[in-house]
Design a protein around this ligand. Sequence first.
Ligand code: NDP
Length: 281
Amino acid sequence: MSQNFLSSLVGSFAQPAAENPTVAIMEAAFRHHGLDWRYLNCEVAPDDLGDAVRGARAMGWSGFNCSIPHKVAVVKHIDELGRSAEIIGAVNTAVRDGDRFIGENTDGQGFVESISAKTDLPGKKVVLFGAGGAARALAVELALAGVTEMTIVNRSPGRGEELVALLNARTPTSAIYVCWDGPFQLPAATDIVANATSIGLYPDVDAELAVDWSTLAETMIVADGVHNPPETHLIRMGRDRGCVVLDGLGMLVNVCAICIRLWTGVDVEKQVMHDAVVGLT
Ligand code: NDP
């Protein structure tokens, strides 16, 4: 019997790529499950993105991730969009289907999977800080998962109002925009407080959200998208108040697990992925 020396290939296109730990998480899962798959972390400049996708297609890649700054630009290079990726207008994962690449967005799906393990989302009220790429993905997935009310708190009105208009037009949720120009007071009825800004991200690890912390109640679930470091000021405040807290590392692992599920059909062991990245970032 002849041996198969042809591994299945996936990878990431980003710039910068060197600080992205996704390759370590993905390859740990492949090894653990004995999957003959390889994940290649590739530095790709914006002008080269089309060539990178054509290369992936020519080399028979089974899919790829896109990170900063390619998530919106890649849309024009792939063949079809999944439902939420189409609403979000951004893709972080392409999945091969025959000769076609289908664009998905697992950023928000990983977040929703983390929160759904702690609470039922239908009927919940969310305060979401941020209106950038991650916030768009999180907000759309939360809305599609049944969150009924969303308050988008963002520093610049343009992006905040655009996201609220998108949510109200394309999802069943009811969204409002609040300009973030001072300590935000969390409404008492808030169920979930989520940070999708880059506040607290390395190297500015001591940065704090402008929030009136006396309004944070222990009944609220606190979630932070920042995964480097996972122990942010928001997470510490939530834990001190007795809230259920979800850090960005858990979300990143979920994002990676969903990608592998889409590519290989295998549900991977998340602890292995988590252990692979702890201490690396
Ligand atoms: P963007 O640059 O698209 O958006 C950044 C957001 O942060 C904007 O809403 C911006 O507000 C806000 N912001 C940044 N600095 C400040 C500040 N000093 N004060 C107030 N608001 C601020 O970035 P992304 O959306 O792509 O990424 C955001 C975060 O999400 C990053 O930390 C990233 O690592 C994380 N992320 C985590 C994932 C995970 O799985 N854990 C997945 C994807 C992303 P404004 O519009 O006013 O500029």
